[in-house]
Design a protein around this ligand. Sequence first.
Ligand code: ZN
Ligand code: ZN
Length: 387
Amino acid sequence: MDTKTAARERFESVQDRLTELSHRIHSHPELGFEEEQASTWLCESLADAGFSVRKGVCHLPTAFLARAGSGPLHVGICAEYDCLPGIGHACGHNIIAASAVGAALAAAQVADDVGLTVSVIGTPAEEVGNASGKILLLERGAFEGIHAAMMVHPAPFDMLRAKIIAASMFEVHYTGKESHASAFPELGVNAADALTVAQTALGLLRQHIRSADRIHGIVTNGGAAPNVVPAHTSARYIVRSETLEQLTDLRPRVYRCFEAGALATGSKMEITGGDKPYAEMRHDEAMARLYRRNSESLGRTFPNLGEWETRPTGSTDMGNVSLAMPSIHPMIGIHSLPAVNHQPEFTAHCVTSHADEALADGALAMAWTCIDMATDQTMRDRLMARS
Ligand SMILES: [Zn+2]
Ligand SMILES: [Zn+2]
């Protein structure tokens, strides 16, 4: 039996269990860094399959490392399993997690035949926007010794190389002074007005930014009562640019808009976070070509998506991984249109038969890509030359 058939048979032997695992994670959504159940279930599945598993690595209780095989080429498959506040698994990370386990089990079946070590890196909190799982795991050495990394991410349609941009999330806090809003307004310092001035300045700034730049946020505290001058307000914002380099130029301009609010009202301002931004994704062309071929051999297609091919999408900490080592992050379609990621309608689409097919196809396409990477001498030499 050839190695790809052996990998496929291994996947098919666990497919039902992994589909159930995907649905279980979906029905127990957990926020970033709180994914206790999901990380435990994933570790159990990997340990049952003979992987050596370490949970709670790098001082992150819901991160884990699971490894099988002993070949010289070491490929890491990233699992994400956090949800979004209020709308559950609206980004389909249940599919990412189960497909990562499926890919690893299938590749592990032939790892020693093709000279491969395969790891699943359990990466918490992809949705938090700053200092997320992969960024902390990279800093703390969890990716050391890994030559290349991959994952698949659910989307409305298959897309090999989405244009994933850099992002920085931060919190702004204004402090003013309370007063009776009608009887003694002259004694108050209005921290809500500071936010209004900042948002007006941001609106004007939009004329003068690049087309891929993004500035968006929410007010997390707008005051306590209309008859009390608000003394404490806060907001959470994300600034995005095509690259980390462009972000370093845009971010101070955005901060100045918030400073304008403080200056105009006499409030004090503090900015927290924003210190560990998400990088742009650099797709490894050769790995992407292998993934595409494997995915197409499973019957998937990569249609020409017109402007979708070049328009900026979201951001992910997989971008940071891709700057550290050759990586791919293909989007895998779940036929959800008109529903798109981060809508509650998309949440419902992440446990359909199309979602379960995406889990299976993503797992197999990744496993087969690992096998191709291990058996293509040019690729193998290039990846191993880095260590
Ligand atoms: Zn998301
Ligand atoms: Zn996501």
